[in-house]
Design a protein around this ligand. Structure first.
Ligand code: ATP
Length: 218
């Protein structure tokens, strides 16, 4: 599903963020991406989300080389990705429904289809009753679940999550992880960047550990 071959990333004036990184994630696999602050976790996720380009090497996503694709193809390829961020990145002047609907509106689905899929996604994260609320009227855990619903509404093959439990208490973190495991069970591939060692140890999935841009375990 996802393959890094000799991938390096150097930011101008900032040195190497990733150095000769190699790994493969199979369809339906769930893995944690760990490492100290500045180790290169967000950079690695940004290469997959096509928000940055690698300096060397090849990134393969679902059989396609996404290393040097043209800007016009990026929105189309991103439809297969679900992106989840620590700070939720919700639009606070829109309702929960509208936030979750956004990826479907962008990809031009019918009104009816949007309604059906948004409700299905909200049901998966147990937020069906909150469609008309605005994000700021929800708790942190609920806002994170809106972010998750938005990430899964397009039925992505790969979910990338950057510190998805960073703002949540242990109970909510466990709930969010349980949700990820359910997606994994239906064949979604999931890569989660996190500092939460306790959570990683408890769940026992594969760990990709970065040390100053080098992948030291995979
Ligand atoms: N846009 C950028 N321009 C220049 N340097 C950058 C940029 N983004 C990241 N870096 C540098 O690349 C290195 C890796 O950063 P990155 O954000 O990928 O690490 P991280 O492991 O995600 O850290 P954190 O856990 O703090 O989010 C750091 O030295 C950082 O300063």
């Amino acid at each position: 599903m996802l393959r890094f071959e000799h991938v390096s990333k150097r930011y101008p004036d900032a040195g190497d963020a990733l150095v000769d990184v190699n790994f493969h994630l199979a369809h339906g696999e769930m893995a944690f991406l760990t490492g100290r602050s500045g180790a290169g976790k967000s950079t690695l996720l940004k290469l997959i989300a096509m928000m940055e380009q690698c300096t060397r090497g090849v990134v393969m996503l679902d059989g396609k080389n996404i290393t040097r694709i043209g800007d016009s193809k990026i929105p189309y390829l991103r439809r297969n990705l679900g992106l989840i961020f620590q700070d939720y990145k919700l639009l606070n002047d829109r309702t929960v429904f509208d936030n979750v609907a956004l990826p479907l509106v962008v990809s031009g689905h019918s009104h009816q289809e949007i309604g059906r899929r948004v409700r299905a996604a909200l049901d998966k994260v147990s937020l069906l009753g909150k469609e008309r609320k605005h994000p700021l009227a929800l708790s942190g855990g609920e806002q994170q679940r809106v972010g998750i619903a938005r990430a899964i509404v397009n039925k992505p093959k790969l979910i990338l999550a950057d510190e998805p439990t960073g703002n949540l208490d242990p109970e909510l973190s466990a709930e969010v992880m349980h949700m990820f495991e359910q997606f994994m069970q239906v064949g979604v591939t999931i890569l989660i960047a996190t500092h939460d060692i306790e959570l990683i140890n408890r769940l026992g999935h594969r760990v990709l550990h970065l040390d100053k841009g080098h992948l030291v375990t995979s």
